[in-house]
Every structure is written in structure tokens, then in C-alpha cells.
Ligand binder design. Structure first.
Ligand code: NA7
Length: 547
């Protein structure tokens, strides 16, 4: 598959440039990190693989790509002026609008002047004597810096399916995270799509409307609930703007930093009729309420999870006309909310169309191979004009693994994290001085841009502290790493999501060595995480070691 969004045609400078900081990635994290580094008076260079800013929203241009968290909680909050200037057009912003927003931010703060595009970082090596990182790009160009900031996202290392014959298909084949800039024309085309994760659940209804016939190859179904998107009128946007302080303060007071607060009641304590009415209400409301605003035990108690799963299954049966197809779409191997819940717009009704076929590759007809014409299952051959591999990502650590990162004594990050990452707060990795990670493994995530802002604030706080005291090196302390690693493991123990294979538990059968579940995020309460980081900062960062 051609990588249509990357070009690497830069001439290599004769001299190795030196910066105070190198940032890898020009997405939401890298853009804000650069803004803050400049405020600290540091020289910085951002290296970005794509041809422009945007990260996730640069790469994922597939039909139907949009937020499923509310747009007005997803923008940056560091600049009140920016918040007042930008009008979100929809409650759940589509990818083109989000990219336009990020371009607006890049222009407003003149961010591109310190960014270098088409510049994939292939290696970053720590030189202990020089107290410096050397970064190497795909082109061979090198640069040095005192600090290395990874702003590489948690879902940026896309993975193709490990199916025999994968590259033999003679028509165009696309992964949604490498979707071409020019519109893909589906009119009159036979399209096959492999995968039914959050991405496919957004794309399938859009493609089905345009193409001649769509065949969906589903391995395991996912629980999904309605998005209920709507346009935002001028007056409504003005109202939102007047409430931004309140909205962001509310998000900060919830465990996942979304605009949804869990209901403090336990599922089975509530009378069945009341429970049903409450779920009907949540199902009819926009956004993640049915997941994050639900009774507090649906993610931890098996009986509670079974009850909400049965409610959602009933909804699927009501929405899908053919009972056999409906059953195929209902997950049987994991309860609702134990994997990240995709939000959908007419996904289930799409299977009522006569130009859509669902193939259950787990129970009915496993895929044997990709052929030049299409897909061969154990039962038949399918011919396609276009194939889509909506097969997801090597989550969280995948983007780190793809760079040869070496810390003290030549320690390879990939080896150090082969079983489980070891970090303090997910911000610094053990054995990797002066490497600050935005959205590193074992950090708190939830509403991603809010997690990013929090993380960048905390990390630039460390840098400011160091500037004030003349320190040039920051590292983790072994006892803090051990303590944090255990905290993260404990925080996930009671969660049903920890017992399920998904990118969140680090399982990706398309990647060698990624068959075993790992703990990749801090799944405790985001409010506690903020409190802890605030205490570390106000206490003078004693949990870190400085030189
Ligand atoms: P996901 O949610 O990881 O989904 C990937 C899908 O691809 C999932 O249905 C997989 O089935 C399927 N898959 C992966 N490999 C294969 C092979 N080899 N054969 C058949 N099917 C396969 O990724 P998305 O891009 O949809 O979403 C990622 C996140 O983006 C999402 O959670 C949001 O946070 C935004 P499986 O379930 O493994 O049986």
C-alpha cells in the first residue's frame, strides 16, 4: 500500500543542529509542547513524519472519522482567546473540521516555524557523558538536544492484518490511518472491509451509502451505542463559549475528564423499572453517557455488566431486522464497557440495507487468505474493487517500539518494556534521562486533549523548576518507579476491561510478541491523578532525581 501522505525529500544539512529540546510529533501533544517550550525561552525542533501538523487528525481521513467526545471539551483550553475565537460546527466534530481547527491553532501561534515535516524519527540515543540526546531521521539527518519529548500518540502505530497474501490484492487497499488526501470514489464499487472496531463502526455506514456492495468481515463484534451528533448553531456556540470555565472545571472533576459523571448508585441496587428508564434516557442522549455516566459498577461488577449488556443487546435486536444478523452483531465474549465503546451513527441499521453483507469470520467462515481478486474464506471467494484493512493499532507502546530509543548504558526501550513499561506517572521512563513522554504508558488518559494539556503543563513545570536551579538532568527514582508501577497494576485489577483482549490491554495478534495482556494505562481515578501530580509539583518534585 502506498504511503500517500509522506514524502521524504529533504536535503541533509552538513552540520548537526543542536536544540534545548526535540519534540517527536506535531499532533495535539507536540503542538502544545512546542508552545510551552517557547514560553520557557527554550530552543526547540519538532520532527513530524507527516507533511503537516495534526497527528491523529492528519492521518485518519477515512469517511465518517469524527470525535466521539464533545467538541467543546476537546479543544485546547490554555488560551482563552483561542477558545473564544473558534466556533465548533458540530457537537462531535468531523475530521476535516478538527484538522481545520488544528491548522488555525498552528497559524495563530506560528508553530510551523519550529517544525520539520516529512521527518520520521528512526532513532534517539542518549549520550550519558554529554548529557544529550542524538536523534536520527529516516533521511539520515541528525540533531542533538538536552531534552527529548515524545508526543507520538497512543494510537499512531497502525497495523495491517497478518493474513496470508495480504499484499497480493490488485486493487487499492487502504488502512484508515493512512487514508489518501484525495476522496476515494466508492460509486459502483464492490468494497470489502476487515475489522469492526471504533474506526470501522464510523466508516461502514458512510461507505455503504456510496458503494455498490459492502462486505464486512467481522472477527469479534464490539458493543456500540448511538452518538446522536447534531450541528451547533451560532447562539448555542455563544452559550458554550460563555460557559467554558464551568465546562472545563466540570470535566476536571470527573474520573475520566469527560463531561460525563458516573452515577454513584450501584446497578442492582436500583429497581429494574427505574434502571431501564435510566438506560433508555442515556441511550437517547449524545456521547459517552451510556458508558461513562452509567452506574458506577458496570465496569467492575459482572452481574451489573451483564445487565447493561442485555439492555444494549435488546437495542441491537430492535434495530437489526434479520435476527441472525443481529445475533452475529452482539458480543458474547466480553461485556459492554469492557472495551472502549465505539459510538455510532446508524451502524446497526446499515445491516438492514440490501447492499451490505456481514461475514462472521470467527464462527462461520474464517478468512484463509487475501487473493489478487479479494478475500478467500473457508466457504467462498469474494471479489472486490477496494479493500479496507480497518485492523487497528499497536496501542500505546507501538509507536515507541518503532523508534530505536536507547537510554543509559545503551538500554533499548523496547527491551526494557518487553513485558511491562516501567515509568513514573507515565511521564518519565526508568533508565531514560531527560526523556519526557506526553501520553506515555501508565499515565492517566481519559479525554485525550485534556490529558495532554495536563501532562504538558506538568512536564514544563519540571523544566521551569530545573531552569530556576540550574539543573540539566532529570531522572526517575527506582523506588518511585516501583511504587507507581504497582499502583497502576493495582488500579486495573478490579476492572473487567483488564480481563479482555484489546489494544488497551496491549494485545494485537498482527504484531509478533503482542499476544499477552499488559497494563498500559493508569486506570485509576483521573481526579486522584491530578491531585497527585499537583502535590508532586508543589512539593518541589522530590520524587524525581535532578543533577
Ligand atoms: P480496534 O478497535 O483495535 O479494531 C480493530 C478491528 O480489526 C477489530 O475488529 C479486530 O478484531 C479486527 N482485526 C484486527 N486484525 C484482524 C485480522 N487479522 N483479521 C480479522 N480482523 C482483524 O481499532 P480501531 O481502529 O477500530 O479503533 C482504535 C481506536 O481508535 C478506538 O478504540 C478509539 O479509541 C479510536 P478483534 O476484535 O481483534 O477480533
Amino acid at each position: 500500500m502506498p504511503d500517500t501522505l509522506v514524502t521524504a525529500e529533504r536535503s541533509i544539512p552538513d552540520q548537526i543542529a543542536e536544540y534545548d529540546a526535540i519534540v517527536i510529533g506535531a499532533g495535539i501533544s507536540g503542538m502544545f509542547m512546542l508552545y510551552r517550550l517557547r514560553e520557557l525561552g527554550m530552543t526547540a525542533r519538532v520532527f513530524e513524519m507527516g507533511t503537516d501538523i495534526g497527528g491523529t487528525w492528519y492521518w485518519n481521513r477515512y469517511p465518517g472519522a469524527r470525535f466521539d467526545s464533545e467538541s467543546w471539551t476537546y479543544g485546547y483550553s490554555f488560551s482563552k482567546e483561542l477558545m473564544q475565537e473558534w466556533d465548533w460546527k458540530e457537537h462531535f466534530s468531523p475530521q476535516p473540521d478538527t484538522l481545520e481547527y488544528l491548522n488555525y491553532v498552528a497559524d495563530k501561534f506560528d508553530l510551523r516555524r519550529d517544525m520539520q515535516f516529512s521527518s520520521a524519527v528512526t532513532a534517539a540515543h542518549w549520550d550519558d557523558a554529554a548529557n544529550q540526546w542524538t536523534v536520527t531521521l529516516e533521511s539520515g539527518e541528525q540533531a542533538k538536544s538536552r531534552f527529548l519529548m515524545t508526543a507520538i500518540g497512543i494510537l499512531s502505530a497502525h497495523t495491517l492484518p497478518a493474513i496470508p497474501g495480504r499484499d497480493s490484492f490488485k486493487g487499492p487497499a487502504y488502512h484508515p490511518a493512512r487514508w489518501p488526501k484525495q476522496k476515494v470514489d466508492f460509486a459502483g464499487k464492490r468494497v470489502g472491509i476487515i475489522g469492526t472496531g471504533a474506526t470501522a463502526i464510523q466508516a461502514i455506514p458512510e461507505i455503504a451509502r456510496e458503494c455498490a456492495h459492502l462486505t464486512v468481515f467481522q472477527r469479534r463484534p464490539n458493543w456500540a451505542a448511538p452518538l446522536h451528533n447534531a450541528k451547533i448553531g451560532k447562539e448555542e456556540m455563544e452559550q458554550i463559549k460563555s460557559r467554558y470555565d464551568e465546562i472545563y472545571a466540570f470535566c476536571a472533576s470527573t474520573p475520566m475528564w469527560f463531561i460525563h459523571q458516573p452515577d454513584p448508585r450501584k446497578t442492582l441496587e436500583v429497581a429494574p423499572e427505574e434502571r431501564e428508564a435510566y438506560w433508555e434516557k442515556l441511550y437517547a442522549e449524545p456521547g459517552f453517557g451510556i458508558w461513562l455516566g452509567n452506574f458506577r459498577d458496570i465496569g467492575t461488577d459482572e452481574a451489573a455488566a451483564a445487565a447493561i449488556s442485555e439492555f444494549i443487546a435488546r437495542k441491537i435486536r430492535q434495530r437489526v431486522r434479520d435476527p441472525k444478523v443481529a445475533e452475529k452483531l452482539i458480543p458474547k465474549d466480553h461485556p459492554f464497557a469492557s472495551r472502549r465503546v465505539p459510538l455510532e451513527s446508524g451502524y446497526f441499521e446499515t445491516y438492514n440495507r440490501n447492499n451490505v453483507t456481514l461475514v462472521d469470520t470467527l464462527r462461520d467462515e474464517p478468512i484463509e487468505r487475501i487473493t489478487p481478486e479479494g478475500v478467500k474464506t473457508t466457504k467462498r471467494d469474494y471479489a472486490f474493487d477496494i479493500l479496507i484493512y480497518a485492523t487497528g493499532f499497536d496501542g500505546v507502546t507501538g509507536a515507541f517500539d518503532r523508534i530505536d530509543i536507547r537510554g543509559k548504558d545503551g538500554l533499548r526501550l523496547k527491551d526494557a518494556w518487553a513485558e511491562n513499561p516501567r515509568t513514573y506517572l507515565g511521564m518519565l521512563a526508568e533508565g531514560f534521562p531527560n526523556m519526557l513522554m506526553v501520553l506515555g504508558p501508565h499515565t492517566a488518559r481519559g479525554n485525550i486533549p485534556q490529558a495532554i494539556e495536563h501532562s504538558v503543563q506538568f512536564q514544563t513545570g519540571i523544566l521551569r523548576f530545573m531552569q530556576g536551579r540550574g539543573y540539566t538532568r532529570v531522572e526517575t527514582r527506582p523506588e518511585q518507579v516501583e511504587d507507581w508501577t504497582q499502583t497502576v497494576i493495582r488500579a486495573g485489577e478490579k476492572l473487567l476491561s483488564s480481563k479482555v483482549d484489546s489494544w488497551q490491554t496491549g494485545v494485537n495478534r498482527n504484531v509478533e510478541g503482542r499476544q499477552i495482556r499488559r497494563v498500559l494505562g493508569y486506570n485509576g481515578n483521573g481526579i486522584h491523578f491530578r491531585k497527585l501530580t499537583d502535590e508532586v509539583a508543589s512539593g518541589g518534585y522530590k520524587e524525581f532525581s535532578f543533577r
